[in-house]
Design a protein around this ligand. Structure first.
Ligand code: BMA
Length: 305
């Protein structure tokens, strides 16, 4: 039996702001945290200069949002001169952490063609002022990194993506991520049509009594993005307890099929409030949508689907 996330509405919940210089073209790939009774969103935005910045918005109901007028994270040097992308925010032991992708000039040199990406971590006390901690790794194609919401066996744990697989990493201090503690967890399934090219984690894994509920995205050889779900062992998340075969969400609305990049749903955050999982996602790298599911039903599918 298949399982599908339900769109909250057939319309995006947030669109670019045409009056803004920095977010007039695209707002997408949101992360959402539910903290002290409010939904807090961080999202990727592009405006007149096409450089990605991170915006912030807050909501009482998770549907209607008040946006801050200024970005909360912007490029600060050669390593992220071309943009800061795809935030994923989590609270651990009273501190907020944001994992995001720095897109910069190769070797810091604007005259060298192409760009480099670096999976970065920043921290904050208030969700608005962010301080960079540093990269997880350097000099490789690595993104879709997200922290677990608590230490596992005393250490910080993080999912990241070494193309084409999701990997697990550990750190004692969030600064050093020893290579010997990294290992691949799951990857594309060659024999399956929807996730045969590349996979990456969505938002912060959700802790349940049956394991870590890990929503992820995958694209196929036609570059269509879909979501799947996997259940990871609570004490050793490198162990995949179960991974259903079918996707749980895919582009269908016109604003998911067409936009800045066609056929993309891309989520950096899911939150559980009152037994409902709210999955926030970018539609076609252009707008923000919301889909929901019953947590109990989604966990049931993740265990037995
Ligand atoms: C990924 C990231 C995302 C983007 C997606 C689809 O590599 O860059 O920000 O949404 O591609 O274009």
């Amino acid at each position: 039996m298949g399982f599908r996330l339900q769109r909250h509405a057939h319309e995006p919940i947030m669109a670019p702001d045409p009056t803004s210089g920095w977010e007039c073209y695209n707002v997408f790939n949101p992360s959402v945290l539910h903290y002290r009774g409010l939904f807090h969103m961080h999202y990727r935005a592009q405006g007149l200069d096409w450089i990605s910045r991170i915006g912030y918005a807050v909501s009482e109901d998770g549907v209607r949002w008040n946006r801050l007028r200024c970005p909360v994270l912007s490029p600060a040097g050669p390593a992220d001169a071309l943009g800061v992308e795809d935030p994923r925010v989590v609270e651990i032991e009273g501190v907020f952490y944001m994992t995001y992708t720095a897109f910069g000039h190769t070797a810091g040199d604007p005259t060298v063609a192409g760009g480099s990406i670096t999976p970065m971590i920043a921290c904050s006390q208030n969700l608005i002022s962010w301080e960079r901690i540093g990269p997880v790794v350097r000099g490789e194609d690595n993104k879709d990194h997200v922290l677990f919401p608590r230490r596992i066996n005393g250490r910080y744990a993080l999912l990241h993506r070494r193309r084409p697989r999701v990997w697990l990493a550990y750190s004692d201090d969030l600064v050093t991520w020893p290579e010997e503690d990294m290992r691949p967890i799951f990857g594309p399934r060659e024999d399956n049509w929807w996730d045969n090219a590349c996979v990456g984690a969505n938002g912060v894994p959700i802790e349940t009594e049956h394991g870590w509920l890990c929503l992820y995205h995958a694209y196929d050889r036609d570059h269509v993005y879909r979501f799947g779900v996997a259940l990871l062992d609570l004490d050793d998340p490198s162990k995949v307890i179960h991974r259903p075969r079918e996707p749980i969400f895919w582009p269908e609305e016109i604003w998911e099929l067409r936009g800045d990049t066609p056929n993309v749903v891309f989520s950096n955050g899911s939150v559980v409030v009152g037994g409902t999982v709210y999955v926030y996602y970018g539609g076609a790298d252009h707008v923000i949508g919301l889909a929901t599911a019953s947590l109990a039903e989604l966990v049931g599918y993740a265990r037995h689907g």
